[in-house]
Write a protein that binds this ligand. Structure first.
Ligand SMILES: NC(=O)C[C@H](N)C(=O)O
Length: 492
């Protein structure tokens, strides 16, 4: 679900270097060191005419190519996968495919920009690119956006707990309907899970074994995909409850008013919910803060090799995303909700396979919440308490406040669609398009590429495209909220 454990490792290294610098052991300042490296690389090129293999930082990576692909895939894959079938139901198969391919390609291009910028100055973290491009404000902006994005990701994971845990408990109790007891209320359950599991894990000083949950999460999502494909051939459309009982079915019928229309795969469609498509897709492909740490750790790190790692990971996740969206959509058609796993509760509450998928996804997302919390706390510490040594009080208070805030958010947010929408329309396009584009224009020296050279104009257009996506998506989402005629994206 993410490779943040890696980032953690690198930040430790980075802090170590910073510490050395502060203590005067480093000799050079960090940036000077990287400039030397870039210069050294240029000399090498000049002398031999052939570019010899050189590491882009002073850090010698040890992770194999395959393992790096796996790590980056983990960074890409997350809760976003649960929203894709919903996105497809609002665009139709063809439009969805076009958008999915476009976002995947743009995401790969964005990684190209990040790698090229990092290669010039030898930088191992997203925030450091910000620092290099715009000084302290650039670093703050990058750290702020990453913080906001991770808070959004944390909320989406906790939202899944809120919507799925009551169903799991219900199934264990053998109940076909939610009878309204407190232990079947998602809001109470997330508070209990937060206090009993997430907070203690978030208080650990280091991630330790928790870092490995990312691979567990990826396996859970593969299991989820296999079940979605299997269930497609087992669930009839229309669902029994589609003409009565649930509120979302009623709301859906306001939009799609005949059953035949309802159970038909649309190739191309547009409705008020189509506005959420690009944000959902953008959210699903965010992995950019993890790219540079994974690059640094890659064995024989060259830009080309890392770009191959990125392309393969993006392609693999593209296939998983496409299959999940198609089979999820072809199971429920217009009745699909913004959190795919939740819709299965409308078929058979006591289904064992779905119970297992729910349990697996629940464990995975619960364990991922603290993993996502660590980098947020680190960014906050860097912003508000730079150069201060570790202090337990700060460590504990920040974790507590973050978890408290995310709980409040998740209790009041009616649907995971709103989290995907908001985060996908703001921090995701910033991380994928805007920041890599403008960092590139600023970081690549004018002597190498003049301001009006093709690559720089392309990067600037790319950043502008991100800005257009952001403004467009936000406006449509706000219009949808204000007019309130939304089809329930309900996750609960
Ligand atoms: N890594 C992230 O920020 C989000 C991830 N792409 C997801 O789908 O959940």
């Amino acid at each position: 679900m993410n490779g943040l454990n890696q980032a953690d490792h690198f930040d430790d290294l980075a802090s170590e270097m910073e510490l050395q610098k502060m203590n005067g052991h480093g000799g050079h300042s960090r940036d000077d060191g990287f400039d030397d490296l870039a210069e050294q690389e240029d000399n090498l090129l000049n002398k031999t005419g052939v570019k010899k293999e050189i590491h882009f930082t002073d850090f010698e990576g040890k992770t194999s190519f395959g393992m790096s692909v796996f790590n980056l895939s983990n960074a890409i894959m997350g809760s976003g996968i649960l929203g894709l079938a919903f996105a497809m139901s609002n665009t139709g198969i063809i439009l969805f495919l076009i958008l999915l391919v476009s976002i995947a390609l743009l995401s790969a291009y964005s990684i190209h920009l990040l790698l090229k910028s990092a290669g010039v100055v030898g930088i191992r973290a997203y925030e450091q690119l910000g620092l290099r491009a715009f000084g302290q404000p650039g670093k703050m902006i990058a750290a702020g956006i990453i913080t906001m994005h991770n808070i959004g990701a944390m909320s989406s994971y906790l939202f899944i707990v809120k919507s799925e845990l009551p169903l799991v408990i219900q199934t264990f109790l053998g109940k076909h309907v939610n009878t309204g007891e407190w232990f079947l209320n998602g809001n109470y359950l997330i508070i209990i899970v937060s206090i009993a599991i997430i907070l203690p894990l978030a208080l650990m000083k280091h991630l330790g074994y928790l870092g490995y949950t990312s691979s567990f999460s990826l396996s859970c999502m593969v299991f989820f995909l296999i079940s979605v494909i299997y269930k497609k051939f087992n669930i009839p459309c229309p669902l029994d409850d589609q003409t009565h009982n649930t509120t979302s079915a009623t709301a859906v019928h306001a939009v799609f008013n005949s059953t035949s229309d309802f159970c038909e795969a649309k190739l191309f469609t547009v409705n008020s919910q189509t506005a959420y498509t690009i944000p959902i897709l953008a959210f699903a492909f965010v992995c950019h803060p993890e790219v540079l740490p994974i690059y640094t750790e890659l064995r024989n790190a060259t830009k080309k090799r890392m770009q191959r790692v990125a392309n393969i990971s993006i392609l693999a996740m593209f296939v998983m995303y496409l299959l999940t969206a198609i089979f999820g959509y072809l199971t429920f058609y217009g009745a699909v909700e913004s959190e795919l796993l939740h819709v299965y509760s409308r078929v058979d509450q006591l289904d064992v396979l779905i119970l297992c998928v729910r349990l697996a996804v629940l464990v995975a997302v619960t364990l991922t919440v603290p993993v996502v919390l660590f980098p947020i706390r680190r960014a906050l510490l860097q912003i508000f308490f730079p150069d201060k040594p570790f202090h337990w009080a700060r460590h504990v208070v920040i974790a507590f406040c973050l978890i408290f805030m995310v709980n409040i958010l998740v209790i009041f947010v009616p649907s995971i669609r709103d989290i995907f929408g908001l985060i996908g329309a703001t921090s995701a396009p910033s991380l994928i398009f805007i920041l890599p584009g403008i960092f590139y224009v600023r970081i690549i020296p004018k002597e190498k590429e003049p301001l009006f050279s093709r690559p720089k104009i392309q990067a600037a257009v790319f950043a502008a495209l991100g800005f257009v996506f952001m403004v467009m998506s936000l406006s449509f989402i706000i219009i949808d909220w204000v007019t309130g005629e939304s089809r329930s994206g309900g996750g609960h």
